[in-house]
Design a protein around this ligand. Structure first.
Ligand SMILES: *Cc1c(COP(=O)(O)O)cnc(C)c1O
Ligand SMILES: [Zn+2]
Length: 446
């Protein structure tokens, strides 16, 4: 038994609590979402310095399961779990690198990119799914009658759910909007043996149905309405700070859809502050696609009004969400972190991604949204040249090959491709090849 403890608690402050192994996704008194809360006083039994030392020592250890970026912080994530029930692919510990060339081009010297897509299934969703599936495994081991886990997805949640469920030998059911996820995202849960249901609707439509399906308590809901995932995802905050030798950056820019990830990011920073590991908070910028911008519209009213929108088709398909489930959580975080919400058009997000690709990155469209928003804030002078900025890259660009192909073919709707680099087709002829090289090198630096 751990000396630490956590439980579900209503986010609306009505005080209602539930045990982690209860199958409940909303407060039965007031309908609020449930967050995982920790016994923070118990965590104070170690000093801030002792926690930092412990976390640093565990990086890449082989002592199960602490080599995982998530489970290296197990006491802060899910102390209730037995190590033998943890289902982990050693997720996390993704690289955060200095984007020197791109930063120089836009006039900031301290730009960093946290590549959360360099992970088991190619997106940050692994950080949360390892926690959710581990909890389900423990529930099943202690006799809870769970038959399967299920989620609605814009592509990355389903990939992560399918992989972790397969590793734990738990049946997975995924509901995808037909034709609205990339080929790579569709084939991932198929390969991992999940039941893949492609529905003729959008994400919000899939979400409505999965909520009904999971009224049956034997089908466990894996969407981020279930805050177990946020406990894993919040470790990205600790990782970033740890990667800067426990210094807090000035800004974090993050692409958002259902608003679970930004809520988790904020939660991670607040816990570090409560336990004395840091004494300031970064400012957080939420980046939305203009085609799916309910948070941006609400921000324009000072968060006084909120209206779900009908999300329009966007290249940033993982954030094509019109009615984000974690709206209330995100507004709390943005208020505490002096947050900003900005949006990017299809043209802006595609060109931002490919501009960054020219500096050696390989950006997914959601990272493109974050970069386009970064460019705007730097242009407006809100982000100053000497400030440290971390951009959260949420998925691996290799999941979005069609996005790149169509960009360089100049066939993307609403996008004027400004960084095209089509292949040159030539006969197998020495002179022709040499001429092509000479011509290309003439323009390389222009
Ligand atoms: C899920 C996802 C997001 C959005 O995260 P939310 O928690 O839904 O706000 C952004 N980018 C990618 C690649 C994702 O898979
Ligand atoms: Zn309540």
């Amino acid at each position: 038994m751990s000396q630490y403890n956590c439980w579900f608690e209503c986010v609306r402050g009505c005080g209602r609590r539930y045990a982690i192994d209860e199958i409940v996704y909303r407060c039965e008194d007031c309908g609020g979402l449930l967050d995982v809360e920790h016994d923070v006083d118990a965590l104070r039994d170690r000093s801030a310095a002792a926690w930092m030392q412990l976390f640093d020592r565990r990086i890449h250890t082989n002592e199960w399961p602490y080599g995982s970026g998530v489970w290296g912080k197990k006491e802060w994530v899910m102390p209730w779990l037995d190590n033998e029930n943890i289902v982990s692919m050693y997720e996390g510990h993704t690289n955060c690198f200095w984007a020197e060339r791109l930063g120089k081009e836009i006039g900031i010297s301290d730009l960093w990119v946290k590549l959360c897509g360099n992970s088991h299934t190619g997106s940050f969703k692994d950080l949360g799914m390892t926690v959710l599936i581990s909890v389900v495994k423990q529930m099943m081991a202690t006799g809870k009658p769970i038959r399967a886990v299920a989620c609605a997805s814009t592509g990355d949640t389903s990939a992560a759910l399918a992989a972790y469920a397969a590793a734990a030998k738990i049946p997975a059911v995924v509901l995808l909007p037909k034709g609205k996820v990339s080929t790579a995202q569709l084939i991932q849960p198929i390969a991992n043996g999940a039941l893949v249901l492609a529905l003729d609707t959008d994400f919000d439509g899939c979400m409505r149905i999965v909520k009904q399906i999971t009224h049956d308590p034997t089908i466990y809901l894996a969407n981020s309405m279930n805050s177990l995932r946020m406990e894993g995802q919040k470790t990205v905050a600790m990782e970033i700070v740890q990667q800067f030798d426990w210094q807090v950056p000035d800004w974090i820019v993050i692409p958002v859809g259902n608003l679970g990830n930004v809520s988790a990011l904020g939660k991670g920073f607040l816990l570090m502050r409560d336990l004395g590991l840091i004494d300031k908070l970064p400012r957080i910028v939420c980046a939305q696609a203009a085609h799916a911008n309910p948070l941006y519209l609400s921000y324009q009213t000072g968060f006084k009004e909120y209206r779900p929108v009908q999300a329009q088709k966007t290249l940033a398909s993982a954030i094509q969400i019109g009615d984000p489930v974690s709206y209330e959580r995100a507004v709390k975080i943005l208020t505490a972190f002096d947050g900003i919400v900005e949006q990017a058009s299809e043209d802006e997000l595609a060109n931002a991604a490919m501009r960054a690709d020219r500096t050696g990155m390989y950006c997914c469209p959601h990272t493109g949204v974050a970069l386009a928003v970064l460019f705007k804030l730097v242009d407006r002078g809100e982000i100053r040249p000497d400030e440290r900025v971390v951009v959260i890259s949420t998925a691996h660009g290799l999941k979005f090959t069609n996005f790149k192909v169509q960009y360089h073919d100049q066939t993307l709707a609403d996008v004027e491709s400004r960084y095209v680099n089509p292949p040159v087709e030539l006969p197998a002829d020495y002179d022709a090849v040499q001429r092509a090289i000479d011509t290309a090198l003439l323009t390389f630096n222009s």
